[in-house]
Design a protein around this ligand. Structure first.
Ligand SMILES: [Mg+2]
Length: 275
């Protein structure tokens, strides 16, 4: 079943994230756990790609604006077979192809060097325009954070995408209600988010970003006549109750003796999900 394949992949990816975090002793684990269902839906259900040829011209492009979520994307790339799962152990270490912040020149399948937030959608618009000029059927999917909605460049890109009626462009926004400087609502109030995207001319859907059925239904509902955005409300640390309940911080500290507890809680929680 389609949704179960995605849920199973997200579960394995969450384990990969915890393993990478433990190997390096750190990482943006909370964000990666929260976004695992979004990334699994993209890689298992949506993207057209060739695992053995990550630069294949006909591929769909997935652009990770949020370079610090790279730990989550590496788990997805391993799930997709674009990198080997055994390589994940090298995360963040010297000479690794998997640096802590995502860099296109290092990692197969990493399309852009994100991390300077607010640039991903601008690049995505250019790519989508270019692909359309080339007559390509490939799509561009851009993953943004809610913190990036503070950036003027994001909204310039949003208006440009709608002006050019880029039906080959999809944006996914991880609304985890937190950004580097604190809760999003206290940094710059961005709600009503859906109304803002709609005013910019986008096809808008808002879903529970940790509900795989809802995510897949949203992908089924995107427009091909105009750019589409899927606003995804997620929970930081999703799947690991100890982390879901922990006081939220942009960089969530996990002590050395806690990683195994996290893994056990993840495994225990997943058993309860019907196949
Ligand atoms: Mg955020």
């Amino acid at each position: 079943m389609r949704a179960q394949r995605v849920r199973d992949a997200a579960y394995r990816m969450r384990h990969h994230v915890l393993d990478m975090g433990e190997a390096q002793g750190q990482g943006y684990v909370g964000q990666a756990l929260g976004a695992a269902d979004m990334l699994a839906a993209v890689y298992v259900d949506q993207l057209t790609y060739r695992a053995e040829d990550p630069h294949w011209e006909g591929r769909d492009r997935f652009l990770l604006s949020t370079g610090h979520y790279a730990i989550g994307l590496y788990a997805a790339l391993a799930e997709a077979g674009i990198i080997g799962a055994d390589e994940l152990d090298s995360y963040g270490s010297d000479d690794s192809r998997l640096p802590m912040s995502g860099m296109a020149s290092y990692t197969p399948g990493m399309e852009i060097s994100g991390g300077s937030l607010g640039h991903g959608l601008t690049v995505a618009v250019g790519m989508a325009l270019g692909l359309r000029h080339q007559g390509s059927q490939a799509r561009v999917i851009n993953f943004l954070s809610d913190g990036e909605l503070d950036e003027g460049s994001t909204w310039e890109a949003a208006m440009g995408a709608s002006h050019h009626r880029l039906g080959n462009l999809v944006a996914m926004v991880d609304i985890n209600a937190l950004q580097a400087d604190g809760p999003t609502v206290g940094v710059l109030r961005t709600e009503p988010v859906a109304d803002k995207w709609a005013a910019c001319g986008w096809h808008v859907q808002r879903v529970d970003g940790n509900d795989v059925d809802a995510l897949l239904a949203a992908f089924d509902g995107i427009s091909t006549e105009q750019p589409s955005v899927i606003l995804c409300d997620t929970i930081i640390g999703r799947g690991v109750p100890m982390l879901e309940q922990r006081e939220k911080a942009h960089f969530m500290r996990i002590d050395a003796d806690e990683w195994q507890i996290c893994r056990d809680q993840l495994t225990e929680g997943y058993r309860g999900v019907p196949a």
